[in-house]
Design a protein around this ligand. Structure first.
Ligand code: HEC
Ligand code: HEC
Ligand code: HEC
Ligand code: HEC
Ligand code: HEC
Ligand code: HEC
Length: 466
């Protein structure tokens, strides 16, 4: 009884197993790509205008198609479905039967280039979801949406050529990256600010690198980068990124970001006609490294995200009080504890010469008439009196003991290299167009003695604590 039961159980289960195998086998024998190829062949036969064409079409062998790229040890099987990419008779057909648009395949012969060098996706896969990498479980790098596909061209071509030969979007993206001051916070090839991340390799990050929680629509690298540009804080809530972009600019920059792949092409795959030159004049460098925060430098703004004031560094009343060498020192050293990066070569990677050029540009509209001197050293000052004035008049904006801090209008006054004279003149004359009003006779009415006392107190803070 017992053995009979087991015997029939075995029989049934092997029958079930065989049924499954048969289904699987059948599926393997008629995969989707076969349907596409059969359809492709039948369309050619149906549309044949003469016997020769028909005969050739009838000879087409339906079978797995593969482009093996020896130099890269890569196999692209995309043509198993995209059968008509090289057939001019399929110019008006639908994808995947369609002839490839443009001159792309003429300029890049299939046996050498395949498809995924331009499109990404998973070359060996034979069903749509896996080949296109639609879901991240299959592949981290889905086929690139058409609007960003020019990003691939930059793996092998220079921007100057791309500008005029089919890569105008990615070339524009590269320019925008400088014009929008992204380098103020991001390093590229070791040069740039420190607030944001180095973006090298961003286009080769795995799916799980990106926090997809707030991404709408398809959740992949492409959507993340674009939507992060649209609204950085929607995607990364604590982000301090500043990016003010139109929709078109965000698309162009997304295209540019997607060029940061780590899979370098071998030399024989690159066609570099020009060396891409980066402008190193003061104005271009100011735009690239400083403008994201300081804009044109003419107006100071209180920034809600930084929770502090971004000062107007090209404000004439600031320039009148500061020399180029003092400016240079601030630029080189930055301001600790604020978003103002140290730009010296050991930190943000700018050379002495580059910083000199930037400083020259910042100071180029310095008024010829200098600030009236203020000889603080000549006045015998009283630090305690200064502390009192400071606490009554200045602490509200510059914080307790000159520490500055978040949510205050004024900055730290503890930058130890601010000279007593610079502080005294700033307090006496103020800075036009900013909340820093003149505290001297032309304004609030503090006497030179009172100002000198305050300066002594402020300088004493830095001397003590640093
Ligand atoms: C199993 C069949 C199949 C394979 C394999 C396949 N594709 Fe496709 N592909 C299609 C079909 C069908 C469409 C049109 C419908 C769609 O977009 O899903 C398409 C559409 C596309 C499009 C146009 C998408 C758009 O939004 O306009 C591109 C680009 C593409 N495939 C590239 C590739 C690349 C690159 C590969 C190889 C990595 C590949 N395909 C492999 C079937 C396939
Ligand atoms: C040199 C880069 C390059 C290579 C190689 C390449 N493509 Fe494309 N492909 C493009 C570009 C660029 C477009 C967008 C064309 C446009 O919108 O004008 C495109 C568009 C497409 C489309 C959308 C329909 C169309 O024709 O516009 C499909 C499908 C496609 N490619 C499939 C393939 C397949 C399959 C291969 C490999 C056999 C391949 N491509 C190889 C660059 C390339
Ligand atoms: C994997 C590297 C690679 C990619 C990606 C690539 N190209 Fe090319 N391209 C080449 C090489 C190499 C040549 C020279 C032809 C050859 O070697 O067969 C070439 C040739 C060309 C030519 C012909 C110009 C000439 O002087 O011969 C044009 C135009 C061109 N590419 C534009 C593009 C555009 C636009 C894209 C992006 C859609 C692109 N390429 C993507 C490597 C690439
Ligand atoms: C004020 C500084 C600042 C500026 C200017 C700025 N960013 Fe950012 N960026 C950040 C910070 C901080 C992060 C990290 C937090 C986040 O993901 O939003 C970041 C993140 C990014 C990321 C994601 C990097 C990664 O690996 O996750 C990209 C891509 C990016 N920025 C590109 C740009 C581009 C392009 C521009 C110019 C339009 C730009 N940023 C301007 C500060 C900045
Ligand atoms: C990520 C934003 C950011 C970038 C990029 C940036 N700065 Fe600043 N900068 C600031 C902030 C914020 C302050 C105010 C710091 C403080 O509170 O002390 C500041 C302060 C300064 C000051 C001192 C002004 C004063 O009133 O004492 C100078 C000078 C300056 N920056 C020059 C530059 C130059 C030149 C560049 C480009 C090479 C640059 N900054 C790039 C944010 C930035
Ligand atoms: C209403 C707010 C406010 C008050 C009150 C105020 N300041 Fe300022 N102070 C500012 C702002 C804002 C700036 C930056 C101006 C700019 O954007 O260029 C500044 C700049 C300065 C600077 C230049 C610092 C630098 O790094 O360039 C000094 C020095 C200074 N203040 C000292 C004082 C002293 C001393 C007092 C009191 C007598 C005082 N401030 C009162 C808002 C204030």
């Amino acid at each position: 009884m017992n053995s009979r039961f087991y015997l029939s159980l075995m029989l049934i289960s092997s029958l079930v197993l065989m049924a499954f195998l048969a289904i699987a086998f059948n599926r393997e024998m008629t995969p989707v790509w076969k349907d596409y190829q059969t359809e492709y062949k039948e369309t050619l036969i149906k549309n044949a205008k003469d016997d020769g064409t028909r005969e050739r079409a009838e000879k087409i062998q339906v079978g797995l198609q593969q482009i093996y790229i020896k130099a890269l040890n890569k196999s692209d099987r995309c043509t198993s479905c995209h059968a008509g990419v090289e057939n001019p008779l399929m110019a008006a057909a639908e994808v995947p039967y369609k002839q490839h648009s443009g001159n792309y395949l003429k300029n890049h012969p299939l046996p050498k280039f395949g498809c995924t060098l331009c499109h990404r996706g998973q070359g060996r896969a034979l069903n749509i979801a896996e080949a296109h990498g639609e879901e991240h479980q299959h592949w981290d790098f889905p086929i690139v949406p058409a609007k960003y596909i020019q990003s691939s061209c930059a793996s092998c071509h220079d921007y100057k050529m791309l500008e005029t030969e089919g890569g105008e979007k990615v070339a524009k993206g590269e320019k925008l990256f400088r014009e929008k001051g992204c380098l103020g916070c991001h390093k590229l090839n070791g040069v740039g600010g420190a607030l944001g991340k180095d973006i090298a390799g961003i286009a080769n990050k795995a799916y799980y690198y990106f926090s997809m929680a707030a991404v709408v629509g398809e959740r992949n690298m492409y959507s993340w980068i674009k939507q992060h540009f649209d609204d950085p804080r929607k995607i990364v809530p604590e982000s301090q990124m500043r990016a003010f972009l139109t929709d078109e600019e965000a698309d162009l920059l997304t295209t540019y970001m997607l060029t940061f792949r780590t899979d370098e092409m071998p030399r024989s795959y690159r066609l570099i006609k020009n060396i891409d030159k980066v402008a190193t004049d003061g104005k271009s460098m100011y735009t690239a490294y400083c403008s994201a925060c300081h804009s044109d430098g003419k107006t100071s703004v209180y920034d809600e995200i930084f929770a502090r004031t971004i000062p107007a560094i090209r404000n004439p009343s600031f320039l009148k009080t500061i020399s180029n060498s003092e400016l240079k020192r601030i630029v080189k050293e930055g301001r600790k504890g604020t978003q103002m990066t140290a730009w010296k070569s050991e930190a943000a990677g700018l050379t002495e010469k580059q910083i000199d050029e930037i400083v020259k540009y910042v100071a180029k509209d310095r008024p010829s008439e200098k600030s009236r001197p203020f000889n603080v050293a000549k006045i015998k000052s009283d630090i305690e009196r200064g502390a009192e004035i400071y606490n009554n008049r200045c602490a509200l904006c510059h914080g307790e003991e000159g520490k500055g801090g978040e949510n205050l209008l004024g900055m730290t006054l503890r930058d130890s290299a601010l000279s007593p004279e610079f502080i005294a003149i700033t307090v006496r004359d103020g800075r036009k167009g900013t909340p820093m009003v003149p505290f001297g006779n032309g304004g609030i009415g503090l006497s030179n003695q009172e100002i000198a006392d305050t300066v002594a107190y402020v300088k004493n803070l830095t001397n003590d604590k640093k």
